[in-house]
Design a binder for this molecule. Sequence first.
Ligand code: AMP
Length: 424
Amino acid sequence: MSSLYRAPRGTFDILPEEHVYWKYVEDKAAFWCRLYGYRPLSMPIFEDAQVFTRAVGGATDIVDKEMYVFQDKGGQDLALRAEGTAPVCRAYLEHGMFNLAQPVKLYYIGPTFRYERPQAGRYRQHHQFGYEALGEADPVLDAEVIEMAWRLFLSLGLSGVSIQLNSIGCKTCRPRFLEVLRQHYSVHAENVCADCKGRLARNPLRLLDCKKDYCRELAEAAPKTLDYLCDDCRSHFESVRDYLEKLSIPFHLNHRLVRGLDYYTRTVFEVEPEEMGGQSSLGGGGRYDDLIETLGGRPTPAVGFAAGLERIVLNLKKQNPGIPPLPGPVAYVAYLGQEAKTEAVRLTSELRKDGLAVIMATGDKSLKAQMRHADSLGSSCVVILGREEIQNRTAVVRDMSSGEQRTVAEGDLANVLECRKHPT
Ligand code: AMP
């Protein structure tokens, strides 16, 4: 039987059996955030559209082509969350967090929406986990943010992950670099791809990370941002690299790395999986020292990182590093006859009150069918109630893996099941 409706193109349901991966990643993310002093922040799923247009930049693909924008019934222009950093900065300003001790460290996990051409690892709704350290320019924080991303991916058990690193300068030194870059491309303007022709005028930095073959070749031969950094940016980047070396965090300098959002300044980095496809980065981040000012605050340096959960899950499935299964119910309560069913209702309720994950049979299935059901739910044992058990105030406990059965007094049942409980 097929349903009348399907999840919209580029979106999908995360089914119960998939949640083992999601919980694994979310738990690891929350673990590292706590260790590094990041506190959770939940933002609305939609924002004033200007939060994104001003922060991310009108010449970026995200704002130009991909944002889900709509007007609410009050006529306000809103946008579904297109990325996480700008809303975090909006919240930082709205709640006066600049008055707290700096840096303020925040993290979030939630859905992100971009109208993209769906393909493996690229969806119209995806989920991002991100963390931001706001109010501090010290390069030690850049290194810490990168170290934390590295530790997270290592702890997930993913192999072959690498860190790509670059610095794209600041508003002092970047204009000069862009000029040189435009000169380099002016000779080749006819040959670059259609997208890059547009970028040449509107956002030339993005020419460097075009994935098309010929554009890639040109980008390889293009001037490097690192050669045009002002003194402050150069020494900031040297310090970031020194700290990373001290921390033994491996990284690859990548002069083509520029990121797809306009707000970045100085340090930019990406986490790449083993097999680098066209659009494959697992996560990316960097410094954005002008963004909070763009959103109406005082000049406030900041640095952060965001990773896509779907891509992490795809890579976990590919590499299968041994993810612990989610615990099933400790017991399934089966019954024989109506009288036993009424007792089963009471007993199940008592066991749940005792904190045990218990599922009760329903309907009038045969005992064999109830066993099959228990097995399909991954229950470790079945508690069977029949006339005799009710009379004696006992229950039969059947171990599902060995098939062994024993009779247990009702008063001892909770303790017997407690011993079989999965660690949570
Ligand atoms: P960005 O905000 O573009 O820097 O993206 C951060 C991370 O989110 C990327 O490294 C990806 O892992 C993930 N991501 C971005 N766009 C998508 C998408 N359309 N579908 C799935 N994951 C995405």
